[in-house]
Design a protein around this ligand. Structure first.
Ligand SMILES: O=C(O)CCC(=O)C(=O)O
Length: 308
């Protein structure tokens, strides 16, 4: 007899086959309303006073650099605001209202904000799901973000996998991504390269550079579940799938699956909340070159502990 409490075996098989899984209606209508209201409150609370005007850039070309200033590097245990590139004019000032200028808020909402703590650490349904999935023996939660994809400027997130950014040995990152609004082809819905977690080795990792800032360091050994026979042809855009993703959907994202989202060209926002889990020691080692580091005051919280 099955001991599953939340997922079906079909869902678990689908996750392992494709490297992602959508769970529609994971959030209730009231849950979505609460998270949307809190997101808007956080944007209203944002003040530019003392803000270094840090923009969120993903650096997917050689000219563009990934964000890596101190405001970003020290945000792992704080609630900080990162701006859209196109929201800052040549004069260095915002060219639109602040609530329409923030790309994301991160990276300790799951620890510090009561609404997002409830969804992330105090969520019995989520714990049941994680137990069913058995992706980790002792999952730890880190790196929460509200991603807004602002109307007409919400920047694209280029093809990547999450274990590049939250590197453990062996790779164990797992993303939990919650749609707070309907995602559409024009407002920047997520798309995935199904099965790429098995065929595409992690090629590099995102590190704090010794001289300051961040960069990508090549990985000597490619870690995959299967032999990478088709990785190059897999990268063709036409093999990407953009699954329908209405508000309330939870998307599970394997740390090695390639995924991306396009620029928001619509007049509507696309709010999403996301956080990640990794395996804890001794089952995996979290790397001290990673951009996000636990602190003495805020170590990574274990999902299965009791959280007040
Ligand atoms: O929300 C998005 O558009 C991108 C999110 C993503 O790629 C991630 O969380 O890894």
């Amino acid at each position: 007899m099955s001991n599953l409490q939340f997922l079906t075996q079909d869902q678990i098989d689908q996750f392992h086959r494709d490297g992602y899984l959508l769970i529609p209606n994971f959030l209730s209508h009231d849950g979505i309303q609460e998270m949307m209201a809190r997101s808007k409150q956080l944007l209203d609370d944002f003040t530019l006073e003392g803000h270094p005007m840090t923009k969120f850039t993903t650096g997917d070309s050689t000219e563009d650099k990934h964000v890596g200033d101190d405001y970003f590097l020290n945000s792992g245990d704080k609630i900080r605001y990162f701006l859209e590139e196109d929201a800052v004019g040549p004069d260095g000032k915002l060219n639109r209202p602040k609530v329409l200028a923030v790309n994301k808020i991160g990276h300790a909402l799951h620890e510090l904000d009561p609404t997002f703590r409830r969804v992330s650490l105090q969520n019995e349904r989520l714990k049941a799901l994680a137990k069913d999935l058995q992706f980790h023996k002792d999952p730890a939660v880190l790196q929460s973000m509200l991603i807004f994809k602002q109307p007409e400027i919400g920047g694209k997130v280029g093809e990547h996998n999450d274990s590049t950014f939250l590197y453990t040995d062996p790779p164990t990152a797992l993303g939990f991504w919650f749609a707070l609004e309907d995602c559409t082809p024009t407002n920047g819905a997520l798309s995935f390269l199904p099965g790429s977690h098995k065929t595409n080795p992690l090629k590099s990792r995102f590190v704090r550079l010794p001289q300051g800032g961040t960069g990508f360091e090549p990985l000597p050994d490619a870690a995959t579940e299967e032999t990478p026979t088709t990785s190059e042809s897999n990268k063709e855009d036409d093999k990407y799938i953009q699954p329908p993703c209405p508000a309330g959907t939870l998307v599970l994202i394997h740390g090695s699956v390639l995924h991306k989202s396009e620029k928001n060209t619509s007049t509507k926002t696309r709010y999403a909340y996301t956080f990640h889990m990794i395996e804890s020691e001794p089952y995996a080692q979290y790397d001290d070159k990673n951009w996000l580091q636990p602190t003495k005051e805020m170590p990574f919280s274990k999902l299965f502990a009791v959280h007040a």
